[in-house]
Design a protein around this ligand. Structure first.
Ligand code: UD1
Ligand code: MG
Length: 448
């Protein structure tokens, strides 16, 4: 019953969108995405188990087996939605009368839509490159889930997936310069406002494409966290987009309309996945979803030319990434799973630990470990007699929250991390439009 009502609302929003704003259609497609993904997940999950796509829920008594890579369903639904969205986004520019024979030149472009409804046709190639890039991300994500690739190989997969985006960017737009902040201009005594990065700009875009998906994938291991953090990021991005759409100048409005158009339908499919992945999880999202979600944010950041803002919205993930580096780069031993340790006796999660006796940390890093311990940034176990290091908590934001706040039930831990992420995100928006405008000397939005 609820579903039928939602479907009617979605169809109505899509239908009237042509007279108002493509954002209404985005909302309609988000609802359809939610309904489709929500209906498909329980129906196909068992088939995933049949072909061996399953994982053990390590933080539950008896470690039950549940389907894995279910994020692939939501991601596929999203891709189809984005194809169906095209006529509603670019309708004004569709050729409706032609002289025939496949000629477009003498054609008449007719539009039933109001002048308010504008989405530049040139954006269509960007849109298609974004969807193509997400499609290759899903493809490579599924390969990772099926073959359980090694970390050092899968780390670079998103850069391969981003090739369609980079190539279309090259032929379609090709702008490779960045703004020089006012402070640096003054410091260098130059009047140049832009700096051309040339080929390095593509390296920088590829790095964004590597960073966002991987940083979501390693902030994981608690039911609901992968998809929960993606929803929080989506909401933060949308709040920022709304500020630009309401108060920004024309150029920034276009970039943020594009961002909202990609993110709103994403939130629809992500909510359906959250319903099934939240504690106690009935499905796992898989690496496919982590890569896919991360790639959406890097795509909007790259194409909207607000990658620096994207990075400040990723502060919790960036912190987790930087904090993980000693383990990722082998200075401290890194077990296959760094998720918290589940204690069956009280049903709570405790920080998981790296054994420093079996595999001692690199000598140069020992003083750093001691410093981190004195700053309460890790929990270090030292032999009281010999002073030798015995173990330390694994270096993830999840474990750090447990070190700071004590053992917690899984759902509470997930909610706590999401609340921290949301608060940091809100502060990042405020900082972006206050400190950001001081550094760059201007902001693209004018507060009334
Ligand atoms: C990343 C992390 C790893 C963490 C894992 C959890 C790094 C370098 N890698 O690895 O430390 O343990 O994510 O996803 O930081 N699982 C649960 N409960 C959950 C989510 C996952 O028990 O809520 C377990 C399941 O057994 C599932 C497996 O984790 O099968 C999935 O792990 P996978 O996504 O393949 O791990 P990575 O992304 O390689
Ligand atoms: Mg993973």
């Amino acid at each position: 019953m609820h579903q039928a009502l939602l479907l009617v609302v979605a169809i109505a929003a899509i239908y009237v969108s042509r007279y108002y704003s493509p954002l209404l259609a985005a909302l309609g497609f988000a609802i359809i995405g939610f309904l489709a993904s929500d209906a498909l997940i329980p129906r196909v999950s068992q088939s995933f188990i049949k072909i061996g796509c399953f994982g053990k829920d390590l933080s539950k008594p008896g470690r039950p087996v549940i389907p894995e890579s279910i994020g692939a369903i939501s991601a596929t639904v999203y891709l189809f939605i984005m194809f169906f969205y095209i006529p509603f986004l670019f309708y004004k520019y569709l050729v409706v009368i032609t002289p025939g024979g496949g000629h477009r030149d003498a054609s008449i472009m007719q539009s039933p839509v109001s002048d308010e409804y504008r989405f530049p046709h040139g954006k269509m190639s960007e849109y298609l490159s974004a969807v193509l890039c997400l499609q290759s991300t899903v493809l490579l994500g599924i390969a990772d889930d099926l073959f359980d690739l090694r970390w050092r190989h899968k780390f670079f997969l998103p850069a391969v997936a981003a090739i369609p985006l980079l190539v279309v960017y090259y032929v379609d737009f090709g702008v490779t310069h960045v703004l020089i902040p006012d402070v640096i201009q003054r410091w260098l005594g130059t009047s140049k406002t832009i700096f051309n990065l040339g080929a390095l700009y593509y390296v920088y875009m590829a790095s964004m494409a590597i960073f966002c998906p991987n940083s979501i994938n390693i902030l994981a291991g608690v039911n609901g966290l992968e998809v929960g953090q993606s929803i929080v990021l989506g909401v933060i991005f949308l709040i920022n987009d709304s500020l630009y759409l309401l108060l920004g100048n024309e150029a920034s409005k276009e970039a943020h309309l594009f961002s909202a158009i990609l993110i709103i339908p994403f939130l629809g499919v992500a909510f359906s996945l959250w319903k099934w992945n939240k504690w106690p999880a009935k499905v796992f999202v898989g690496d496919t979803f982590c890569y896919f979600a991360g790639m959406i944010f890097s795509v909007v950041g790259i194409l909207g030319h607000f990658s620096k803002t994207t990075l400040i919205f990723f502060i919790p993930q960036t912190f987790n990434f930087a904090y993980s580096c000693p383990q990722l780069f082998g200075l401290v031993p890194c077990p296959r799973h760094r998720m918290p340790r589940f204690n069956e006796a009280d049903g709570l999660l405790y920080p998981s630990r790296a054994n420093l006796v079996e595999k001692p940390p690199k000598k140069v890093f020992v003083p750093v470990l001691k410093l981190l311990s004195s700053l309460k940034l890790i929990d270090l176990e030292v032999d009281p007699q010999t002073g030798a290091l015995k173990s330390c908590s694994n270096m993830t934001l999840i474990n750090l929250v447990l070190v700071w706040f004590g053992p917690t039930r899984e759902d509470k831990l997930c909610n706590r991390i999401l609340a921290i992420q949301f608060t940091v995100g809100l502060c990042a928006i405020v900082a972006r439009h206050s400190i950001g405008s001081i550094i760059f000397g201007h902001d693209n939005i004018q507060f009334l």
